[in-house]
Design a protein around this ligand. Sequence first.
Ligand code: PGA
Length: 250
Amino acid sequence: MLIVGNWKAYVESRAKAKALCVSAKRLASKGDHEIVIAPAVPHIGFIAPAKPDTKEALKFGAQDVSITVGGAETGEVTAGLLRDLGVSYVIVGHSERRARGESDEIVTEKARHALAHGMTPIICIGEVDRDPEAHYLKHVRAQLSAVMSSLSTKERLSVVIAYEPIWAIGKSELEAITPDDLGEMILYIRKVLTDFMPGRANQKVRILYGGSVDSSNVRSLAVGTGIDGFLVGRASTDVAGFAALVKAVS
Ligand code: PGA
């Protein structure tokens, strides 16, 4: 499984960042899962090895990337800068960024910047709410199609999709999606992906789930749903909690 810890802005001290990183390294070194941590950018600079060591199992992710390519762009953090820090994954289109006006076009552009610098974009999609008429499926299809239709065949094969329904983010474990509903959604996302990658090609694209995942519900969401991993927010910012979560999946 691919387990990504999105620290958001929960971690504000270097001491805490360091402690989480040391623990995540230990978890990654066991080799049961691919573990990625996505700290705030200044903390990546602080904890990531100066020379990315290919033997290091723990991977680093960024929570966002600039749409600009560098130069006279005050305050921007470009894909080139992230790559130089040793980042391998970039979360794009998180609902907390989309809520600040990020359109599908911007998300697509950011995914392309990440790909152009040899990093894997984790493209977030997900509905605000569920409705009895299942219009939310159309919303998920539209978000996914908007990005996929703009990427080349090769680029499509190099992305990770994170399904994160907004109604489930940042709540308690009881408010996460049910395993049955998750299984259905994974099938649906696979079906949409076949429009862009016919046959078995779409199996190369990993699909993650995010939204109130913790050590108590992760196992039921992992087994029998067809999921390839998790994008974990709050529960990834507690040393013991994240270790318990990773153990629970194993
Ligand atoms: P959460 O966040 O685990 O705190 O719900 C998940 C996410 O938004 O990536």
